[in-house]
Design a protein. Sequence first.
Length: 178
Amino acid sequence: MSDSTEWTDVRRGDSGDVPSVMALLDGAVRWLDANGRPGQWGTEPLSASGRLTTLIAGIAADGGLHLAVRGERVVGALGVGQPPAYVAPAAEPELYIVLLVTDREAAGQGLGRRLLAYARRLAVASGAGVMRVDCYAGDDRALVRYYESQGFTATQEFTVPQAGGDSWPGQVLEQQLG
């Protein structure tokens, strides 16, 4: 694996960055679908979802959007905020990751690891004792294993009902910061 994090900066995002984040999400959907993994985010571009675009804009407006950039190019996005309603409350102050996505053209270059390290610094600076994230737990649980490889421990499993009677399997993971 090539680690090019030394030439990737992380900066706070704002509403003007929402289209770049949506482009990253669309690229992730294309990659997931091409690799036989449409269960995570489907097969349609997420930028077509007004609800998701509004959600990303809200993360930015609340000051929770952070971007990995190379020059002017956005190559990753981290969103922190409130956990979704289907996640049990934390027993202590936390930093909750609501979004983590990287440019699939830069896969294997340590961008996710860099953004998670940045999130840890944000969490410690805020006085949080734990950092949590939830993710897709379907297929072969590859995303769960990724977060475990980054120091997280799986905790709560959940499902989110989907249109058509299906449900989306999820996993909450946490990392103690003490």
